[in-house]
Design a protein around this ligand. Sequence first.
Ligand code: NI
Length: 171
Amino acid sequence: MAILPIIIAPDPKLKKKAEAVKAVDPKTVELMENMLETMYLAPGIGLAAPQIGVLKRVIVLDITKGNGPPDPICMANPEITWCSDDSATHEEGCLSLPEQYDRVTRPAKIRVSFLNKKNVREECEADGLLATCIQHEMDHLTGTLFVDHLSHLKRSIILRKLKKLKKLNAS
Ligand code: NI
């Protein structure tokens, strides 16, 4: 397994659209495992392939945050097949936007269909943090960041902060 560098916003690479995988082959499984290792080390509860510069529809999640045994979830080509009318607001952060948090409103419950590590299509229902996390990671697959759900003002404040931080780290 390998730890991969996470792309930090603002970066045009984070705004690109990811492509579906043809199948979950050994290379995709390796990608999933590397992404999980990278996510756990960060530490984070979700990571999408575009965040490490791979434009494939692959996401990994584990919302246990060290409470109890790890429960990694790997999804390729995830599709939301149903979402609830009621919405929920959660504070979100992102490994590509370090130290930045804000509240985002999304559908409270979803059903998602995806290919698992064995290349078998599965469907699961999620609510609470898991529903938020899946939607957040799936957004990355279309080049959408959580700040894109905020007002223009809030988004530009956060992105300006990150730009400054990047300059600082580079010098
Ligand atoms: Ni994110």
